[in-house]
Design a protein around this ligand. Structure first.
Ligand SMILES: Cc1cc2nc3c(=O)[nH]c(=O)nc-3n(C[C@H](O)[C@H](O)[C@H](O)COP(=O)(O)O)c2cc1C
Length: 335
């Protein structure tokens, strides 16, 4: 979502060169509902949306950053405010993804992908996945011809719904059968993976777990915020993207939730307001005060992430814990 089509091309090329014969997937975000939905020209959409942002909302965001002493970006740095979270900006990303043979899966978040996007991906011989947090959304995905459904419980990091994983997963698995379901939200070890498989999932889909690995692109101050957080330190907040997104609670999330402050705008307007904050708090993550207003998306599983590990160690841990859990369950069978 955060890449321009040109950046996505660079990333895909890098992955192609490093994964050997393995397949991989690309995540996109075409929300089911967003401001400016009919406009398909990215430049026109960006101009139309920019004009719709009330100045007091921008001023409130700028003041929060200034009050926390977050340095400004160099003035000559070029950037877009509108990321790939509209059909206009995500469609070029799909084209880039499909031009790479090893991309076997395109996954969409925040809604059922438009029929023409599903058709385009299928015609290219690839699979379509879509995330959801409610049974109704899962049924819509299935009816649209989505090949695999990712059921994400509320405890998950990033954009997330209100229903907890243990309640959501089996309902979605039953509702869309035989469409395969991957369980997401709150999986940080092999025991949790095993629980998802026991409930009928065909596999699991994880996010937060990878934020603190050695290979992750995470500034040291942000890494420290994640490693010291407990599971009660996250909140679902609209304050960065305009849609409920789970992240570490801090002064920024509290400020936008206060009764006497502006309400966050919808998606993608709020993201256009906060792009400056996201970039500044990432670039200057270690400056005093920055972490109190930084965008630190993560799920409740953050409380289990207490030290940095390599990806290899995390994968080995998942396998070993899964097998231990399976043995424990098997041992509980009579005779
Ligand atoms: C930092 C972060 C960014 C994410 N960005 C996206 C995204 O761009 N597209 C998407 O489909 N899901 C995104 N997700 C959600 C993950 O794909 C996954 O469903 C979720 O992290 C699972 O829950 P967990 O965090 O408990 O593992 C993001 C999650 C996190 C933590």
């Amino acid at each position: 979502m955060g890449f321009t089509p040109e950046q996505l091309e660079v990333e895909c090329r890098w992955i192609d060169e490093h994964v050997g014969d393995h397949p991989y997937g690309v995540d996109i975000v075409i929300p089911g509902k967003y401001e400016g939905m009919g406009e398909l020209d990215p430049a026109k959409l960006e101009a139309q949306l920019r004009a719709a942002i009330p100045p007091q909302v921008r001023e409130f965001a700028a003041r929060l950053l200034a009050d926390h002493g977050v340095p400004e970006l160099p003035p000559d740095e070029e950037h877009h405010d509108l990321l790939g979270w509209t059909a206009a900006t995500a469609t070029p990303q799909v084209e880039v993804a499909l031009a790479h043979d090893k991309v076997r899966l395109v996954a969409n978040a925040l809604g059922t992908p438009p029929a023409e996007v599903i058709q385009q991906i299928h015609e290219a011989g690839r699979l379509v996945a879509a995330l959801c947090g409610r049974v109704r959304q899962a049924l819509r995905h299935r009816e649209a011809g989505v090949d695999l459904i990712i059921a994400q419980g509320s405890e998950g990091g990033g954009h997330t719904g209100e229903i907890g994983s243990l309640v959501l997963w089996p309902q979605i698995i039953d509702a869309v059968a035989p469409t395969p379901v991957l369980a997401a939200g709150g999986i940080g070890n092999g025991r949790q993976m095993m629980a998802a498989m026991a409930l009928g999932a065909q596999g699991v889909w994880t996010g937060s777990l990878w934020l603190t690995v050695e290979e992750a692109e995470c500034p040291p101050a942000q890494l420290e915020s994640y490693l010291k957080a407990s599971s009660k330190d996250t909140v679902r907040s609209r304050s960065f993207t305009g849609k409920p997104c789970r992240m570490l609670r801090n002064d920024w999330t509290d400020a936008w939730a206060a009764p006497d402050t502006p309400d966050p705008l919808g998606m993608p307007l709020q993201g256009m307001v906060t792009m400056d904050a996201i970039r500044r708090t990432h670039r200057y993550a270690g400056s005093p005060g920055a972490q109190r207003v930084a965008f630190n998306p993560v799920g409740q599983v953050v409380g289990q992430l207490q030290q940095q590990r390599s990806t290899r160690e995390v994968i080995q841990g998942l396998v070993e814990e899964y097998l231990d859990a399976l043995e424990r369950v098997n041992a509980s069978l009579p005779g």
